[in-house]
Design a protein around this ligand. Structure first.
Ligand SMILES: Nc1nc2c(c(=O)[nH]1)N[C@H]1C(S)=C(S)[C@@H](COP(=O)(O)OP(=O)(O)OC[C@H]3O[C@@H](n4cnc5c(N)ncnc54)[C@H](O)[C@@H]3O)O[C@H]1N2
Ligand code: MOO
Length: 413
């Protein structure tokens, strides 16, 4: 019995707790999620600071310049009195007693005498703590570390960030018919899923990809943590091939270290589709077995007895992308400790909804409207490659607001 699409995504989100929190240098935090809020370690600015190159003045003009201060200098040890001015650079601390700063281009200066228009108190002075005060929460836990978060954290005084460690992912591609280079020909198709996957694993580490023949014992062996009496997958079970199409040696992929195993193909009911049987034999708990979704309905989510999660992507490449967005990315978000963001939506016309199943269709976005791209058969990534996002078309949709699922590498929607 297929699970409704929204429930399947929710199940994937709830299928894991965030991985350990680790402290990393700022530069290593990019793309991870904050395990604790970023708080300011100092006021910004730390003292009253000039926002312009010009003169800090006190009282009504004209003024007599009594000193000069540059960015990087300490706070001047004087207090301006009425009729006094101080030459200040942008970013320099202004002396106590400064009422406002007059930009240099608005001043007439003759020797030490400064004339300029009157202004309102505080003009062009960034007051101590006006952006934030020491101790303020600047970014909540669970937020993704973006380039702006890195800059903000540095500005707030941090050298390191506490983030959740990256989920580790191992990919297993199955299929006797797959080629890994050159043009397809009758009976053989190019593997279109493994080139797509690395860019869809934002915030995760891809340990490696192995290619297996349609052989249940090879799949079981790769999913099992090898022990001394359980040797690694023999070379004969890896994809055989033309000379330009070498199999991945089993030794390059250590599935034991993975938090998530992603299998490609073998999710259906054909003679070579043995994923469900292999998982049952290994004692896996099946959390999602089929989703009311087009494409991608045979997708699957399971937990092995040792806790590693398995996401089964259907072999049809567009169906595989649908499964990545439905099950894999929400699971990686949960492991990576990323909080759920509010959905991005757009208005979508009647596109011929299904009666019971959710459709995921490639769209571009023009203003607030999503426009179907077409070319969306399960075996074809053509539409997805031209799209900004996949639109989530609920059963019975006749036009209205729908959620958009953006995926890595696409233009922001
Ligand atoms: N009797 C039924 N047959 C099928 C059903 C069904 O409900 N009953 N569902 C169909 C749907 S929907 C899908 S999706 C596929 C899922 O198939 P599998 O996950 O078992 O994958 P395969 O059978 O190995 O391959 C399906 C298709 O995709 C091609 N393929 C496989 N891997 C790749 C790859 N890495 N890159 C490119 N193309 C790939 C493969 O050659 C097949 O053409 O099952 C339907 N059948
Ligand atoms: O889900 Mo399958 O996606 O129709 O090819």
């Amino acid at each position: 019995m297929n699970m409704p699409w929204t429930l399947a995504r929710q199940t994937a989100r709830e299928a894991a707790k965030p991985l350990d929190a680790v402290e990393v240098p700022l530069a290593d935090g990019l793309g991870l999620a904050l395990a604790s809020a970023v708080r300011a370690l100092a006021d910004q600015p730390t003292c009253d600071t000039s926002a312009m190159d010009g003169y800090a003045v006190c009282g009504p003009g004209p003024w007599t310049a009594v000193g000069r201060v540059a960015a990087g200098d300490p706070v001047p040890g004087v207090r301006l009195g009425a009729g006094e001015a101080f030459a200040v650079a942008t970013g320099a601390p202004v002396p106590d007693g400064s009422d406002y700063v007059i930009p240099v281009e608005l001043c007439a200066v003759e020797g030490a005498l400064v004339r300029g228009a009157l202004s309102q108190p505080g003009k062009h002075i960034r007051r101590r703590g006006e952006d934030w005060s020491a101790g303020d929460e600047l970014v909540p836990a669970g937020s993704p570390v973006t380039p702006a978060v890195l800059g903000l954290a540095a500005a707030a005084g941090h050298n390191t960030l506490l983030v959740h460690r990256r989920p580790r992912v191992a990919v297993i591609v199955t299929g006797d018919e797959l080629l890994h280079s050159g043009p397809p020909h009758p009976g053989r198709v190019r593997d279109a899923i493994s080139p797509m996957l690395p860019g869809l694993l934002a915030g995760a580490d891809l340990l490696g990809t192995t290619h297996l023949r349609d052989d249940p014992s090879a799949l079981a062996g790769t999913l099992t943590i090898a022990e001394a009496d359980n040797p690694p997958t023999p070379a004969s079970a890896l994809t055989t091939t033309e000379t330009d199409n070498p199999p991945t040696p089993a030794s390059t992929l250590t599935t034991a270290e993975a938090d998530v195993l992603v299998t490609c193909g073998a999710t259906s009911v054909g003679p070579a589709d043995h994923l469900r049987r292999v998982l049952a034999d290994l004692g896996a708990e099946i959390l999602v077995s089929g989703v009311s979704c087009r494409p991608g309905h045979p997708m699957l989510l399971a937990v092995l007895p040792d806790g590693r999660r398995v996401v089964g992507l259907p072999g049809n490449p567009f169906a595989a992308l649908a499964a990545v967005l439905t099950l894999l990315q929400p699971l990686l978000d949960a492991l990576g400790g990323r909080t759920v963001r509010p959905p991005i939506t757009a208005w979508l016309p009647d596109v011929g909804a299904h009666l019971r199943d959710t459709r995921l269709i490639p769209v571009t976005r023009t203003g607030a409207t999503a426009v179907p791209v077409g070319h969306d058969r399960p075996g074809s990534l053509w539409g997805a490659a031209l799209a900004d996002a996949l639109a989530v078309v609920p059963p019975g949709h006749v036009g209205g607001e729908v959620e958009l699922l953006a995926y890595a590498g696409q233009r922001p929607v």
